[in-house]
Ligand binder design. Structure first.
Ligand code: GEK
Length: 242
């Protein structure tokens, strides 16, 4: 996979524009997400472990907000027989690059790309759905309808993986984890300027919520059980069972 170094925010930008998943971001995306999201590799690898356990033969797996397909490939390589994986993203630039990467893969699971808003996608016959760092980009008022749609499109014993940046009810803890996240980015080679300009760009684009808000919404959408299986600072991953 493309590993060009992310230097998009390394020069002073004056007014920083809102972050979008355009061609410039796509060209550095694997490096950007790896150096910016604590636990990213773990979440990708464990998505495959969860696929091995919970995907069911002859069903669909959805990767909603697939970007360059890291979660898709991890799940596809570990899926039950005759699964079809739908990799959905509304960034045409991401999906163009994903098609190129897909063409180089040999997979026994069929992977189809879908250029659409995840809020408009028809979900059916799904045994496994991944929302790895994507729900955070959907406006809060649309999140419940999306999760209800996912729940109703799942087969019995369907599983949702939900990975998100989160916030905390204690301001002290919230500030500490934001600081530690920024320390993590600096430890991965980002400068103070890059950290601060990226923060400005992502503000109002990525809206984190508290874990309790996720738990309550998932329960309201019909999921019978929700567990946090991973957390590092202000990034967490949950599994929700139909
Ligand atoms: C991974 N899951 O590597 N509809 C469709 N796609 C969307 C929407 C939407 N409404 N909003 C955002 N996206 C991936 C990483 S990245 C996370 C996911 C990050 C897409 C957006 O275009 C981008 O590709 C992805 O969600 C978020 O496992 O960059 O922090």
């Amino acid at each position: 996979m493309n590993k060009k170094t992310d230097t998009l925010f390394s020069h002073p930008m004056g007014a920083v524009e809102g972050f979008t998943f355009d061609a410039a971001v796509v060209s550095v995306f694997p490096d950007m997400i790896q150096r910016s999201v604590p636990g990213y590799s773990t979440v990708i690898a464990i998505s495959g472990v969860l696929a091995q356990r919970f995907s069911q033969p002859g069903t669909r797996i959805y990767d909603l907000g697939c970007s360059l397909g890291a979660s898709s490939f991890s799940m596809a390589r570990n899926a039950a027989t005759n699964c079809e994986l739908l990799a959905v993203d509304n960034s045409a630039a991401m999906l163009d690059q994903l098609q190129t990467i897909l063409a180089e893969q040999e997979l026994s699971t069929t992977v189809k790309t879908v250029n659409a808003d995840i809020c408009d996608v028809d979900i059916s016959n799904a045994s496994l759905v991944a929302l790895n760092y994507t729900l955070q980009f959907v406006s809060i008022d649309k999140r419940e309808a999306l999760l209800k749609n996912i729940h109703q499109g799942m087969v019995d014993n369907g599983v949702l993986i939900l990975s998100e940046k989160i916030k905390f009810d204690s301001q002290q803890v919230d500030e500490l984890f934001i600081d530690l996240h920024h320390d993590f980015k600096r430890a991965n080679g980002y400068s103070d300027l890059e950290v601060s300009q990226k923060r400005d760009a992502i503000d109002n684009v990525l809206i984190p919520e508290e874990l309790d808000a996720h738990r309550e919404r998932l329960a309201a959408c019909g999921f019978s059980r929700v567990e946090v299986w991973f957390q590092c600072f202000n990034f967490a991953s949950l599994v929700a069972f139909k």
